[in-house]
Design a protein around this ligand. Structure first.
Ligand code: GDP
Ligand code: MG
Length: 208
């Protein structure tokens, strides 16, 4: 039968430039916005946003603009006969300068589930995910907040510097989901990430 609608708060974390915003925009609008420029005629003149309706354009621009401090966007999806309202927080916050890594407590407490993103072409971003995973496991109560680890930019596999096995091992060792995706090329794989997260969140809620 039909189940009542649920809300899930999804936080995206990872190093700079791994594609957190691209994944968010892909999930919310089903499109890939590769680059973005200043809002204005020049941008439209380049045809970057052709095909986006106004609200999609707004989401894309706001999400991809790193100077917007906080922005949460929502989308309702039907998963296993249940309406799921995704609230996605693509924070421009990244701290991957190798120094004191920390995570914003407010965002961690808000999140029902976390998508931890690295680029398969960027080893440093993989180490950032490893560190962030440790911080998440230490700082959250209950410490079992569902996490899906995502290796993005699969379309650039010829420049790969993190193997699938490494990614999968890290994810499995911390009881996380794991996917390699290309925000640039495949919507379906990106959708799988969010669906998996919902399954993990459901499991963790059932245990409470
Ligand atoms: P963020 O800093 O993590 O939010 O990263 P962005 O979403 O702004 O993406 C950083 C850069 O990587 C941009 O130039 C994107 O076009 C590019 N990018 C994002 N995802 C992909 C992908 O799946 N494949 C490729 N080739 N480029 C991507
Ligand atoms: Mg971003």
């Amino acid at each position: 039968g039909n189940q009542p609608r649920v809300e899930v708060n999804v936080l995206l974390l990872g190093a700079h430039s791994v594609g957190k915003s691209a994944l968010t925009v892909r999930f919310l609008t089903r499109r890939f916005i590769g680059e973005y420029g200043d809002i204005g005629e020049e941008t439209h003149g380049h045809g970057l946003f052709v095909g986006l309706n106004q609200s999609e354009l707004f989401v894309s621009l706001m999400t991809m603009c790193d100077s917007v401090p906080e922005s949460v966007y929502s989308r309702v999806d039907r998963i296993d006969a249940q309406d799921v309202c995704f609230n996605v927080w693509d924070s421009p916050y990244t701290q991957d300068d190798g120094k004191s890594l920390s995570l914003p407590d407010k965002q961690l407490q808000w999140a029902d589930g976390i998508v931890l993103v690295y680029s398969i072409c960027d080893r440093r971003s993989f180490h950032v995910v490893r560190q962030q995973l440790q911080l998440i496991r230490r700082s959250r109560k209950p410490s079992s907040v569902p996490v899906v680890v995502v290796g993005n930019k699969l379309d650039l596999h010829c420049h790969r510097s993190v193997s699938s096995e490494e990614g999968r091992l890290l994810a499995l060792s911390q009881h996380c989901g794991f996917y390699e995706v290309s925000a640039a090329e495949t919507y379906e794989d990106v959708l799988l990430v969010f669906q998996r997260l919902v399954h993990l969140i459901r499991e963790s809620r059932a245990l409470r």
